[in-house]
Design a protein around this ligand. Structure first.
Ligand SMILES: [Fe+2]
Length: 194
């Protein structure tokens, strides 16, 4: 078992070994952080995660009403969640309220649409990307996006997310209005819902 006792030691060790990380080791990293990791650092870790369904099965929980946010690990500096999406489930158009976000697609095809703020205050889509299993993508602090499971045939989607620092209050945008809503997401926990 590797010992992660600081961001710098951890970053050096992971880089030096060019090693794969299990989900458990990734959770250990989150628990041992002494400062908020950078976007590139998290993207590097996520690109090394060895995805085994038996490791993430406990977090592979869906809910019928909306996508489920299953907490894997959390510290003062970052959190990891497994999001499980039934066909058609989607986020609002949002930013991350000052956090960076990194996504690893575990199962299915993720649709991500990026938005830009217009002078009048509303948002407009400017790019849509479909990410397949194993893809790692990152959202920097100012980015505004929407994530969707647009797969046909009732196919599920599973994605792993890291937010640093952990998400607090987000901003929710509209393509039709300049109004910005504040949005706080909860965690799914043991059937309690979101
Ligand atoms: Fe997001």
């Amino acid at each position: 078992m590797r010992v992660f006792d600081s961001n710098s030691v951890l970053a050096q060790e992971v880089s030096a070994q060019d090693c794969e990380l299990t989900l458990g080791e990734m959770a250990e990293i989150i628990g041992s952080l002494k400062e908020t990791p950078t976007l590139d650092q998290v993207k590097d870790w996520f690109s090394r995660i060895l995805l085994r369904q038996r490791d993430y099965e406990p977090y592979r929980i869906f809910t019928p009403r909306k996508y489920a946010r299953n907490l894997v690990a959390r510290s003062a500096y970052a959190e990891i969640l497994m999001l499980c999406w039934r066909a058609g489930q989607r986020t609002p158009i949002h930013d991350h309220g000052g956090s960076i976000g990194v996504i690893l697609v575990c199962e299915g095809l993720l649709t991500e649409t990026m938005f830009e703020r217009m002078p009048q205050g509303h948002v407009r889509p400017y790019n849509t990307t479909r990410w397949g299993p194993g893809s790692v993508t990152g959202a920097d602090v100012p980015d505004i996006h929407q994530l969707l499971n647009l797969q046909t045939g009732g196919r599920d989607m599973v994605t792993l997310h890291c937010y640093a620092p952990p998400l607090s209050v987000l901003n929710k945008y509209s393509p039709r209005s300049a109004k910005i809503a504040r949005w706080r997401e909860g965690y799914f926990a043991g059937g309690a819902g979101i």
